[in-house]
Ligand binder design. Sequence first.
Ligand code: GLV
Length: 325
Amino acid sequence: MAKPKVFVTRIIRDAGLTLVNDFCDAEVWQGDLPPSREVMLEKVRGVDGLLCLLTDRIDGELLDAAGSQLKVVSNHAVGFDNVVVPDATARRIPVGNTPGILTDATADFTFALLMSAARRVPEAERYLRAGKWKTWGPSILLGADFVNKTLGLVGFGRIGRAVAKRAAGFDMRVIYYDRDSAPEHGATPVDSLDQLLRESDFVSLHTPLNDSTRHMVNADFLGKMKSNAILVNTSRGPVVDQDALYQALKSNQIFAAALDVTDPEPLPMDSPLLTLENCVIAPHIASASEKTRDDMARLAANNLIAGLKGERLPHCVNPDVYNPK
Ligand code: GLV
């Protein structure tokens, strides 16, 4: 029997690619950069399955370009704001994602960013490389402390909870704003975002991107943070209004920010954020550890293969497709 046809939009780790190639007749995009929209529309035509990345926009137009034989979309990410899920659900196409396995790597990196911004690590390295290190000095490059400081988590899902666990080891007080999550790891829920912003020395974002979180961090939000506070974003770039953040950092309204995600990605090299010493920026690498990326590739492949077999996906973001009204 002929193998199902699939398009894989980038070279993923062998741990997953081998599974895909064993089960499917796969075309794998070889470029370092994502396929253009035009290429995507052409490559998906006639495929039974699509394994895509967070850099690919998947919507009704693309699903229709694929054709009615398309059985599954497997997104190689836990976040799925790049997929217009209602468009997939309307066509009874299950969409897979990769939750759970990147929780620890992302929480680790959240802490790496938080500490980098608080202790000014990238700035200190720039200082050293620029030849400015002339002597040890009592007041050189002073940063923030962690012990007994308050970490406020906006969103207390898997990653937020894993960050709280790490913060407990630093003797931090942890509060969170999330109406749907029970306390864990000594973290305390607060009643309002305002209270969280008022009390936190560090504010870390762990929300998905959707209509209610887009530009949630705006001038009003930043204005309610403490003047020595640090903002960390490992969620999605558009959760933060970057113009407002630039103003807040430039005027030292808050102490610093550390971002793993930007809007757009990649961040243009003429972004004013890149002129600031108190803004640490990484190129969306929170889940970039070898084991995590192997696990993500494997899970994305397993979602794809389950969908091709007509089985329930191990992780499906639109389970409504299995219970049509
Ligand atoms: C990474 O940002 C992901 O959503 O997996």
